[in-house]
Design a protein around this ligand. Sequence first.
Ligand code: PLP
Length: 485
Amino acid sequence: MKRLDQTTTPLFSALKNYVDNKVIPFHVPGHKQGKGINEFREYVGNRVLEIDVNSMEDLDNASNPIGVIMESEKLCAHTFGAQNAYFLINGTTAGIQAMIMSTCEPGDEIIIPRNAHKSTIGGIILSGAVPVYIQPEINEDLGFAMGITEEAVKKAIKDHPYAKAVFIINPTYYGIISDLKAIVRIAHRHNMAVLVDEAHGAHMSFHDDFPLTAMEVGADMSALSLHKTGGSMTQSAVLLTRGNIIAPEVIKQVINLTYSTSASYVLMASMDVARKQLATQGGDMLEHTLELVRWARDEINKIEALYAFGKELIGLPGCHDFDETKLGVNVRKLGYTGYQVEKKLRNEYNIQIEMSDLYNILAVITVGDTKEDLQALVNALKDIAGKTTVEEVKNATRVPYKPKLIVSPRDAFYSPKKSILLEDATGEISAEMIMAYPPGIPVICPGEKITKDIIEYVNILKAEHCQLQGTADPYVNHIRVLGTE
Ligand SMILES: Cc1ncc(COP(=O)(O)O)c(C=O)c1O
């Protein structure tokens, strides 16, 4: 196999050339390399605006890469062990939608864990696929969904032998990994494609202590948010493919349905450089990251009433492996909800974490973190715990996963709807999603029957001032429904 030179950055270098050559820009964007937006330029600096340019011969075109973008994508594919890589400028969201739309036609079934991110439901609505939901294992103590088991996938395949694809999350927001290798084997034996949401796994190929990635175990497609844990800028992501179940021509056509014709060179160049960094220094940088997060996890676990969960979860139902860079801390025994601890950390200690839920907070640790920052988090948690009279939270609230699907999400999306009070919605078929964001896992999806449990759960989330989204009503007091069965 020919080795590519991962120290090069074809796209970033071409952009720097363009800037250095002082080309006179009679092209959009209209800020003309920053000269037309002074206040912004003075704050963010010249360079980022100078490389914010448009497609042209020497800079290639993201909708049909044949030059420097193609070269950068090849390097990217190679470093992740894929056959093809496609730069995305609308996040893993675009990648997930492209994976589903490339694999499923209207009416095709797709096997999917019910704790998938909302972008998956978007992909299902756009493609017209019909979801076959698998219930993930729920860890009642921690209060969140784990992965899915090999047995659950086998059963779904047996019940739905003509499904086109199996969709897997690797890892979940909380760092939980299903047995992807075993699932790929089963799915492929049944001629089903394996599509993987690796929004939170862009770093995992670069250190042996991380769980296996989609490309490493022979999955067909993977969408990864290079911006979340790979070092590139927000919104930049990559779609990786291998194997021959899905034709590259189809993938490209699907991506181009929703791709901007003005893809951001700032975002794409940041991916070019992030890929170089991961390929050439990723191992050493992530070794340091792992040292930091292991230290922090140990320190937090010395604090009474806090539990920073980690690799000991491996072997519990639905947890085949664990990504240690997800520093989740269960705060139930502190007498606070995760939402309250998140607020305290921000308001009293100037620390912003990635997300919280009823029982947990989650910090995402990456190559950008330092010992000082982690020390500040540990100190803050010690302080919060020290000032709290420790009490066990009474009852764990059961997350009401897997409501009954009555009509396909696409049919629900396109059907006539009426808006009613959420309180009155028991028994109605939902036309909308409701989710806490983050993590963006829908409590109810379009086409599903709303139950009393779901309404109660949403009310609990509201009472905790958690950020709810998905309904046309921004306060989620009303929901649009189709009617009853
Ligand atoms: C599990 C999961 N999948 C997909 C996405 C979408 O990724 P992006 O924000 O890059 O579009 C997210 C975002 O948080 C996510 O948590």
